[in-house]
Design a protein around this ligand. Structure first.
Ligand SMILES: [Cu+2]
Length: 511
């Protein structure tokens, strides 16, 4: 018996020793919030500490009293349960005590909440947009206004697959980082383009849901320069864990230098991407190689051999050597239900480059060149298929009476299918409207683009909008002040309408 006990004891102490090893490995392990880098963060940190301690005290008192009562007044030592109801002072005490505790906690909590919501007087405003699965940033006010970029995970696929050891910032590193100046109040506008994400950087004490169709705001003011890492904090699909956030806080001078370099890059890009630029095959390939290296290499590999079976090889791929349209569509729209995401957020030139590159790299020798103009055309999603063959003569809406030489309003400006410049007939009515507006200097108009319900709704709406804008631009070019023109959202022609009516912009007089 004794022997057996000794054996069990030895086994237990061995197990305890084994458990000690992880304890050593976790010497660095810290059970608390990250060290805050903002004044608000310190407030929140302290609030968290105070409330935790209040909970600990309440816990110890309540359970201490309970266990003491249970133990000291147990039946076996001869205690008999008291049987009483409605003890006035006991009831007052157990109502008042929690109320006082809650009120005490409410004061600092409310103070922090008010601070948290105060996004006024920001020095800098940055919009963060969540995408499946990356973040887009637009600097929309303050120093750096106009800068915009995407930020994606930069952890190599090999680390994720486990064929390479994991790096220090595994899944917390990105290709581009959000740069902000130290000691300046940064207001973050947070939204999303597909599903709900959340922008969360613990050390900056910001965590804000990014909801499609809504813009929420939050703020931070970093106390010290440094690099701060966060993640999307809302389950947003299968790559939810792969959209980290990296914020680099720089000194005022370093921040200005960063802004200057970003602006210089933007200028270069604008020149390199002028819409009328004539690209050569080599230029597109060179550009595409870079785009490939920063967007595609993680899955399809530098060798173009991919990581089958999960990530297919592009070298010798049917799609990358087949018709251009299929290849373009795969890159623009991705493939639903696979890791191949849509890359339509890349510029026309980037997509033209990467597709051209893939068609001419490795074993692929198509000699094809895909130009930015082709990408632009492919983006239209079949370029607004406006209803063809009008079935029967449909009575034109009242507003669609073409303006005659008298220049009467309302007028309808017609367009050719898929085009954003007015047809010959449209131009005539537009000229008449311009003549009318020139002779009636205080006449005002409203401009509405029309579309129908056939084909791709988003593309139709976009085209209707572009057409309305082209009318406004034509009016303004002719000297009509912007204040005299009010733009209405695109409207839809009911199904069954004559195709032509879905290709018009109405100009109506307003008071
Ligand atoms: Cu997300």
């Amino acid at each position: 018996m004794r022997n057996k006990l000794a054996q069990i004891f030895a086994a237990l102490s061995k197990a305890a020793m084994l458990l000690m090893i992880p304890a050593v490995a976790f010497a660095e392990y810290k059970l608390n919030l990250q060290t805050p880098n903002t004044a608000l963060g310190h407030t929140i940190f302290d609030l968290h500490t105070i409330i935790t301690w209040i909970c600990v005290v309440v816990f110890v008192l309540v359970f201490g009293f309970m266990f003491y009562a249970v133990y000291a007044h147990r039946k076996s030592v001869g205690h008999k349960a008291a049987n009483f109801h409605e003890h006035f002072w006991v009831e007052v005490a157990w109502t008042l005590a929690p109320a006082i505790i809650l009120l005490t906690m409410m004061v600092p909590a409310t103070k922090s909440l008010v601070m948290l919501r105060d996004t006024s007087d920001a020095d800098l405003t940055i919009k963060a947009t969540g995408y499946q699965w990356k973040w887009g940033y637009d600097y929309i006010r303050g120093e750096g206004e106009g800068i915009s970029f995407y930020s994606s995970l930069s952890t190599p696929q090999a680390q994720i697959q486990g064929t390479e050891p994991k790096g220090e910032h595994y899944l917390l590193e990105t290709d581009t980082v959000v740069v902000v100046p130290v000691g300046k109040k940064v207001r973050m506008l947070v939204t999303a383009a597909d599903v709900i994400h959340a922008w969360w950087v613990p050390a900056l004490s910001v965590k804000q849901d990014a909801v499609p169709g809504f813009i929420r705001d939050t703020w931070f003011k970093a106390e010290k320069p440094g690099i701060f890492r966060g993640q999307c904090a809302e389950l947003c699909g299968k790559d939810h864990g792969f959209m980290p956030i990296v914020v680099e806080v720089k000194s005022a001078a370093d921040y200005s230098a960063w802004v200057a370099s970003q602006k210089a890059n933007m200028k270069k890009a604008a020149v390199a991407e002028a819409p009328d630029k004539a690209w050569t095959l080599d230029e597109l390939k060179a550009r595409g190689e870079k785009v490939y290296a920063s967007n595609c290499v993680a899955c399809h590999q530098a060798s173009g051999m991919g990581l089958p079976p999960t990530f297919p090889a592009l070298s010798g791929s049917k799609i990358a050597t087949g018709p251009k349209e299929g290849h373009l569509a795969m890159v623009l729209n991705g493939k639903a239900g696979t890791a191949m995401a849509a890359f339509k957020h890349l510029s026309d030139a980037d997509i033209a480059g990467v597709v051209t590159y893939e068609r001419n790299a490795w074993a692929n020798k198509t000699g094809d060149m895909v130009t930015p103009a082709e990408v632009k055309a492919a983006r239209g999603g079949g370029a607004a298929p406006v209803a063809a063959a009008p079935a029967a003569e449909v009575v034109a809406p009242a507003a669609a009476v073409a303006a005659g030489a008298t220049g009467a309003l309302p007028a309808a400006v017609y367009y050719d299918s898929g085009k954003a410049t007015a047809s010959a007939e449209g131009k005539t009515s537009l000229d008449a409207v311009i003549a009318h507006l020139k002779t009636n200097a205080d006449a005002k108009v409203e401009v509405t683009g029309y579309t129908d319900k056939a084909g791709n709704l988003a593309a139709n709406m976009e085209l209707a909008k572009q057409r309305a804008v082209s009318v406004r631009d034509a009016l303004m070019a002719a000297g009509v002040a912007k204040e005299r023109i009010s733009m209405k959202p695109p409207a839809t022609v009911e199904a069954g309408g004559d195709g032509k009516q879905a290709r018009r912009v109405d100009i109506k007089p307003t008071a």
